[in-house]
Design a protein around this ligand. Sequence first.
Ligand SMILES: [Zn+2]
Length: 76
Amino acid sequence: MKNIYCSVFGHQYVITKKITLHVYEYKCKHCSVQMTTNSKGELTPLTPKYKEINLVLRHIHNKKMAKQENLLVFKH
Ligand SMILES: [Zn+2]
């Protein structure tokens, strides 16, 4: 799906989901194309494969965050 605005000015991404501190999912606000950050920190199209990877990443990340929160509570 090609949007004239996007082919002239480029996509304008907004963050739709924060997966980890470094990985986000983006969506172009003009043509709704979805992108994500890959392991090299580059933008790449959000394919079903990457959606799956991000789900796993987020799961691991949430677990880590929960652990850290527990530690903080424990320290206090
Ligand atoms: Zn676009």
